[in-house]
Design a protein around this ligand. Structure first.
Ligand code: ASP
Ligand code: MG
Length: 403
């Protein structure tokens, strides 16, 4: 007998019919003799609808109350799915994160799971019940509800799989696996049979929307075998695991991210500690910084440009302006019309031609690059947002169509 964690995303539980479909998949797994822990997202656009409701009432609601609100969607899903399983005569129980004991830090809206209590779920599994857990949520030390960031149900699932040493963690979604790029932009994108944790991690953090990047981090750390597959068609998906056969092409995929904004602090003093002050300040406010570029300006000043999530732009500007006296910069420039395109592949490690090939594709498409950033297995460029899709097509064609 195996323990399998199955996570179903919002589109997979969109309405009654889809929930019944999901219940059938769960039932098949359970009746096949497995223990099953199910993690669900909120139905369809529920989370967005809740965000809109909040906005109607208060432009700047506290993050604590936002979590109270946003976590509601997942509770609806698990209860409804449990009812579907009940109607099939299957023993099951739905639980919130509070009931399970999914403990997180107190960073509302971006909380991190610290540990998960095992007693309740163990007891339910011992009674041969299917356990349905509300994804995306946790509780902090005070017992307040937290959420794990948009798309966080994947992370709930992987964390549960790690905590209970599940044999497999299946992430069911409305696409049938991981593609070399977004098939909506590039129709001949290829589905990957498998991908390594590191590649998936880079793709996920570079904007490929299939998996929450924290979930891949956890999967890698705890060696959780992951599979991404469709809840609508029963066919093999993409396996995410430690080592994969290196394919002929030396990149795994092309990702895009259009959720970024660029901030430039112009005219900072060219002294030790300045970068530390800036990023320490942002870090303390929970603002994540992505690409950083420092350049020397005029007369012993320097400029530091960096990218952040667009949703943090207003807060970031506010914080920096508040500390203008101590940070001693001249002014701030911002741009929220930017995008990032990345190529990812373990093959990049020993092949410096990859970056050149990517830049060549952009040059041929007449696209200007604003910033460049690399890791061992990734090259990212920052561009005008309107060039992003063109760039993805040009780069994908360069790597996958040309031989
Ligand atoms: N419902 C949450 C969201 O839309 C979490 C999730 O779906 O994973 O972000
Ligand atoms: Mg998702």
């Amino acid at each position: 007998m195996s323990l399998i964690v199955q996570k179903f995303g919002g589109s997979s539980v969109r309405d009654a019919q889809r929930i019944k479909g999901v219940a059938a998949i769960i039932a098949e797994t359970y009746l096949g003799g497995n223990d099953v822990i199910v993690v669900l997202s909120a139905q369809g656009d529920t989370t967005d609808d809740l965000l809109a409701k909040a906005e109607e009432i208060n432009d700047h609601p506290s993050k604590r109350e936002m979590d109270m609100l946003l976590s509601a969607g997942e509770q609806v899903s698990v209860a409804l799915c449990a009812m579907a399983l009940e109607s099939m005569g299957l023993p099951c129980v739905s639980l919130t994160a509070w009931q399970v004991g999914i403990h997180t830090n107190s960073v509302h809206r971006e909380a991190r799971i610290k540990n998960i209590d095992s007693e309740r779920i163990r007891m339910e599994l011992d009674q041969h019940r299917i356990v349905l857990v509300a994804g995306f949520q946790g509780i902090d030390r005070k017992g307040d509800i937290t959420t794990l960031g948009r798309g966080g149900s994947d992370t709930s699932a992987v964390a549960l799989a790690a905590a209970f040493r599940a044999d497999l963690c299946q992430i069911y979604t409305d696409v049938d696996g991981i593609y070399t790029t977004d098939p909506r932009i590039v129709p001949n994108a290829r589905k990957l049979k498998e991908i390594s944790y590191d590649e998936m991690l880079e793709l996920a953090s570079q904007g490929a929307q299939v998996l929450h990047n924290r979930s891949v981090e956890l999967a890698k750390k705890f060696r959780v075998d992951l599979e991404v597959l469709s809840s609508l068609e029963r066919k093999p998906g993409t396996k995410v695991k430690e080592v994969t056969k290196v394919e002929k092409t030396n990149i795994a995929g092309v990702a895009k991210d259009v959720t970024l904004a660029r901030v430039a602090l112009v005219g900072l003093q060219h002294n030790p500690g300045v970068a530390f002050q800036v990023f320490d300040l942002l870090g303390k406010h929970g603002i994540n910084v992505d690409i950083i570029l420092q350049s020397i300006g005029r007369e012993d000043t320097k400029d530091i440009s960096f990218t952040i999530h667009r949703k943090d732009l207003e807060e970031c500007e506010h914080i920096l302006n508040e500390h203008k006296e101590t940070l001693k910069f001249d002014h701030i420039e911002t741009d929220s019309g930017i995008g990032k395109v990345s190529v990812v592949g373990v093959g990049l490690m020993n092949n410096c031609g990859v970056a050149a090939k990517m830049f060549e594709a952009l040059y041929e498409a007449g696209i200007n690059i604003q910033m460049i950033n690399t890791s061992e297995i990734r090259v990212s460029v920052l561009l005008d947002e309107e060039d992003v899709n063109l760039a993805v097509r040009a780069i994908h064609a360069k790597f996958f169509d040309e031989v």
